[in-house]
Design a protein around this ligand. Sequence first.
Ligand code: NDP
Ligand code: HSE
Length: 437
Amino acid sequence: MNPVKVGLLGLGTVGCGTVSVLARNGDEIARRAGRGITITRAAARDLSRPRGCDTGGIALTDDAMAVVDDPQVEVVVELIGGDTLARELVLRAIDNGKHVVTANKALIAKHGNELFARAREKGVMVAFEAAVAGGIPVIKALREGLAGNRIEWLAGIINGTGNFILTEMRDKGRDFADVLAEAQQLGYAEADPTFDVEGIDAAHKLTILAAIAFGIPLRFEHVYTEGISRITREDVAYAGELGYRIKHLGVARLTPAGVELRVHPTLIPERRLIANVDGVMNAVLIKGDAVGPTLYYGAGAGAEATASAVVADLVDVVRALTSDPENRVPHLAFQHDALADLPILPIEETRSACYLRLRAEDRPGVLAEITRILGEQEISIEAVIQKEPPDSGTPATVILLTQRVVERAMNTAIARIEALPSISGSVTRIRVETLKD
Ligand code: NDP
Ligand code: HSE
């Protein structure tokens, strides 16, 4: 049988990784897929740029739409990024009756509902394993391997750049800007690296994971998002003294009132495996009611690691070429007419334990004022550390760990503590997850 002809959009980090993996492992991939897979055409913006892969035998163009419209191309792989041109290209590919593979989480998180509906109408697949956690086959695990479970919650380190920055800063004392520049040079970062640093990329990925976990539409605009740029060395050190690591975590939790969807720096007990996931590695912890907790770990970004997921999707698409569209695995795991319209909770209604750091006058009674305010909001304290001030007369640093509490009560308590004359500056709050239940 003739090889399946693929049109590739984008020859950057992931595009070139895909060309290389398909070339190197082509025979094994064909034995798995049942047919060879050949990239016949590829598009890039600037054809004069040197490429990090061998594009011999591939017809190159700077007109991505021409690849999508090429009648010879059976499957389109979108690796350009962004959600404007990429959306147009993917919709056109679908309208042309072509299956699509993409690594583009922004596209899926923001336009997936539209794309999947159009793909269903046209009987084609849109596959997106590489969009979440790079090379880790977590979408496959969640959509297929855990299909017998009611998913209770999931929590993941799902941005490689952010985890790489936090690890290098903690272990080597390196500067934020310097590590970010290295992540960009290694091809880990998004075209706009604020997506990595401010948690937007992780929010895209959490949107996708939550939709598949709970059978809800993609609701990116409802994700509460905080990035890593405000984490200080001081907090990393104090967290360590308390037996915690600070990680940038995406958390999705099903509660009786609705779904919590939040991305923020988080203290995790250092004995948890996920607290020890460092560098560009990602990990996703998923709690199913039947299986209990399961953990998926691997490279979260990078050329060939991501290409591994792109090629796995290509193999799935090739295997499904002859199958009845009604009997394929649904895009969001649940049948499209069985998605639930669960509310996404505003951050004020979510519950987490908290780490609080504040600067207080070093005199008797100050700690009592703080604990009284917390007590009035029914916030229990788990631990308190008071650091001696460097000089007498300067404020002391106080660190508190609280038990789990609804965010609204914590906001009220923080506002009242900040208003005390004995407190200088604002209170630093970092949420804590024990990841036990
Ligand atoms: P790159 O910036 O390295 O590559 C983008 C490619 O798209 C380049 O080859 C560029 O051409 C091409 N391109 C851009 N605009 C056009 C256009 N108008 N017409 C034709 N070609 C165009 O990005 P990545 O490979 O890093 O990322 C690609 C996608 O994969 C993104 O959605 C990203 O979020 C996702 N992703 C990335 C991962 C990673 O580790 N990098 C991991 C997982 C997902 P030129 O080279 O000429 O500029
Ligand atoms: N910029 C992303 C990251 C790429 O660092 O995780 C992988 O999705």
